[in-house]
Design a protein around this ligand. Structure first.
Ligand code: PRP
Length: 184
């Protein structure tokens, strides 16, 4: 799916496919250097991280292991409460492993701060975070995010794994939807 397929449902493109790929190449080079000679496990947080996991894994030059978690935030509406339930846990024992959590977006930061704490309690050698997008609310949370694709303003965004009502994850860019989409 691309901008043409979106027609008038697309308001604007915030980050193009080319910009995403260029940034992934930079992040990949840093991750390769930081984990040189180590046995890295990258952990994607379903479902949003599917795109960034697939693309990041392919720019890395070492044979990383990949695993997945699915978590759900308790609480009504679109904001996270910080109370998280594990829907799908890792299949990997991460004791003494180097773990890199991969996310599509950090919004309030509550999901990730819970997840980092949860994974750290399992005795890994290290836990770091890579996210394609960080929103400004996340600045208020004490969360050390080592690899950040783009800092974007606090608007509702879709594409590259990010959804509106489970749709638009398959856009190759990140953008905003025209207001009429939300009204339908
Ligand atoms: C998104 C995103 C993060 C979380 C970030 O997932 O992938 O996991 O929200 O929000 P926070 O920083 O405010 O806690 P979502 O719950 O929308 O699920 P999805 O990945 O399946 O779309």
């Amino acid at each position: 799916m691309d901008a043409k397929d979106m027609g008038r449902d697309l308001e604007k493109v915030l980050v193009t496919e080319e910009e995403i790929n260029a940034r992934l190449a930079e992040l990949g080079a840093r991750i390769d250097a930081d984990y040189a000679g180590r046995d890295l496990l990258i952990v994607g947080v379903l479902k949003g991280a599917v795109m960034v996991m697939a693309d990041l894994a392919r720019v890395l030059h070492s044979p990383v292991s990949m695993d997945w978690m699915a978590v759900s935030s308790y609480g009504a509406g679109t904001t996270s409460s910080g109370v998280v339930r594990i829907l799908k846990d890792l299949e990997t024992d991460i004791k003494d492993r180097d773990v890199l959590i991969v996310e599509d977006v950090i919004d309030s930061g509550l999901t990730l701060s819970w997840l980092v704490g949860n994974l750290k309690s399992r005795g890994p050698s290290s836990v770091e975070v890579c996210t394609m997008v960080r929103k400004p609310l996340a600045f208020d949370v004490d969360l050390d995010v080592k690899y950040i694709g783009f800092d974007l303003p606090n608007e509702f965004i879709v594409g590259y794994g990010l959804d509106y009502a489970e749709k638009y994850r398959n856009l190759p860019f990140i953008g905003t939807l025209a207001p009429h989409v939300y009204e339908e």
